[in-house]
Structure formats: C-alpha cells, structure tokens
Design a protein around this ligand. Structure first.
Ligand SMILES: Nc1nc2c(ncn2[C@@H]2O[C@H](COP(=O)(O)OP(=O)(O)OP(=O)(O)O)[C@@H](O)[C@H]2O)c(=O)[nH]1
Ligand SMILES: [Mg+2]
Length: 271
C-alpha cells in the first residue's frame, strides 16, 4: 500500500494534559467475511504496535462469518493472548460490533480499524502519539492535507464529499474535522461515557464527535486504498442508516441549542 509521509495536524482546541500512567489500548477489528485479510491485518497491527511497548489488546469482533475468519483469529490468539476473538451470534452491523468490543475491555483508549487493509496499521504509532500528547480523538484522515482516496469512482467521491458537507452544521466549531466519517480512529473512553453509541450503521466517529465530550482532535492524513480482497459490505442500506443518523444528530443539536445551560448528555451511560 502506498505510504505518503503523513504529518499530524492539530485541530483547534487545547489538548488536555498528557496522561502519566501508561494507558492501555483496545483496538477493535470488526470482521464479516474477511478470511482473505485477517491474518495479514493482525500481523501488521502487531508489528506497528509492538515497538511502542504499550499495553494493548486487539479485539476481533466477528459476526459469524463462517468463512474461516474466526478460526484464523483463534489460532493467532492461542500464541498471542493480546489478540482476542469475540463472535457475535444473530447480530449484524459494524457499529454494533465495535461497541460490543469496546464494552468488553477495560482499556482507557479504544479504537477501530477495518480488517480489509484499506486502513494502514502503520499509522497507529502516530495516532497513539497524538493520544499520548493529550488529545481526545486521533483519527486517520482521507481528507486532511496529504491524505487521499485512491481509485474512487467520481460518483462515490462526490457522495462522500456531500455526506461530509452535511455534517458541518453538526460539528462543534472548536473541533471541526475534515474526515468525520473515518473508520480508523482512537478515542479516550472517558470522553464517550456521557452517551450510548448507536449500534446501527458505519459512522460511529461522527456520532462521537457530535455527542461525545470531545475537546481536542488530531487528524493524521493517509491514502485510503482499494479493498485488497473480499467484498464490500457498504451499500444503500448503510447510506440510509447514515441519513437516519444525520436526522437524529440534527435533532439533538437543535435541542441542545434551545436548552440553556448547554448540556451534552442525551442518554444513559453505557460503560
Ligand atoms: N462484525 C462486523 N463487521 C462488519 C460488518 N459490516 C462490515 N464489517 C467490517 O467492517 C469493516 C468495513 O467494512 P467494508 O465492507 O470494508 O466497508 P467500506 O470500507 O466502507 O467499503 P469498501 O471501501 O467497499 O471496502 C470491514 O472490516 C468489514 O469486515 C458487520 O455487520 N459486522
Ligand atoms: Mg473497506
């Protein structure tokens, strides 16, 4: 995969003081029929995280792929207990899988990366460094300067830009980001305790940015490549889920603006 030379760019908002205790990372890898990719992605994640010498766990949340994905993870997990396998039965949905993994970990910093090698794990040290510097969210950004989308059909690109444009009124002014739809990010757990992350759809980051207690964000640019193997699960259904999420977020933000003093809480604490 092409590696550009990414440079982190801080988004407005004062970073929190650096964390002194060694924080633990729980990185969820959601999988649905990823047998062709799972071994390589796990290897690349471990190779990227090991030099950091931090406590971490990689949690693969598989929705009964039945294509051998779970068996591959089980084997790797047998020799490396930092790799955990969770299989959900009778459940589907990327968002729900990610929340399922996060809820089964005590880590202070949680994150997600796709299994299909579209997200380069080699970016993890930069994302981690940003978290260590005290930001609340570090995201891998296709739209930040030096980021890119390779081989995307112009229609898909146009829809993606439109989807992001629609988020602009929702995003908090001090922490507005260029890629609120990224599926590769880390977040401080303490910043998402104030709401229950919705389990529908693919766009957890947007929801976190709008509903979470986020004070600061770093975007690290990267080139989003084509899927290397296996098939896409994104489609019209996910597009409709996104529109529904947008509707709910617009409603929340509208309610928030009418309530004084401003409150961020909109639901029960999930963790
Ligand atoms: N556990 C679980 N994982 C899922 C589900 N749907 C998608 N995923 C995983 O979520 C990640 C993203 O899904 P993709 O199909 O690659 O979606 P995308 O990257 O938006 O689309 P492409 O660019 O076409 O690959 C992959 O690791 C999938 O295996 C699901 O229902 N359950
Ligand atoms: Mg993909």
């Amino acid at each position: 995969m092409e590696q550009r030379s990414p440079s982190a760019s801080d988004v407005e908002g004062a970073p929190r003081p650096a964390v002194r205790e060694p924080a633990k990372l729980a990185l969820v890898v959601p999988t649905l029929h990823e047998v062709a990719n799972i071994e390589r992605i796990l290897q690349r994640i471990r190779t990227s995280l090991d030099p950091l010498a931090i406590p971490y766990e990689i949690i693969v949340v598989d929705d009964e792929s039945r294509d051998g994905t779970a068996e591959v993870v089980q084997t790797i997990s047998g020799s490396d207990p930092r790799v955990r396998l969770l299989v959900r039965t009778n459940a589907r949905g990327l968002g729900g899988a990610v929340v399922h993994g996060w809820e089964r970990s005590e880590a202070d910093i949680v994150g997600v990366i796709d299994a299909d090698l579209q997200h380069p794990p080699e970016l993890l040290p930069q994302l981690w460094q940003a978290m260590e510097s005290g930001v609340d969210v570090a995201l891998a950004s296709r739209y930040a300067e030096h980021g890119s989308l390779r081989n995307w059909h112009p229609v898909r690109y146009g829809l993606s830009r439109l989807a992001i444009w629609l988020t602009l009124p929702l995003q908090q002014p001090g922490i507005r980001v260029q890629d609120p739809m990224s599926g590769f990010f880390l977040v401080r757990r303490a910043c998402i305790r104030n709401f229950r992350v919705e389990t529908q759809g693919f766009k957890i980051l947007l929801e976190i940015l709008v509903r979470g207690n986020i004070q600061s964000v770093t975007e690290v640019p990267f080139a989003f490549g084509p899927r290397e193997a296996g098939s896409s699960k994104a489609g019209i259904k996910e597009g409709l889920n996104y529109l529904r999420l947008l509707g709910r977020l617009y409603r929340d933000v509208g309610l928030r603006q009418h309530s004084a003093p401003r409150t961020r809480s909109n639901g029960p604490v999930s963790r």
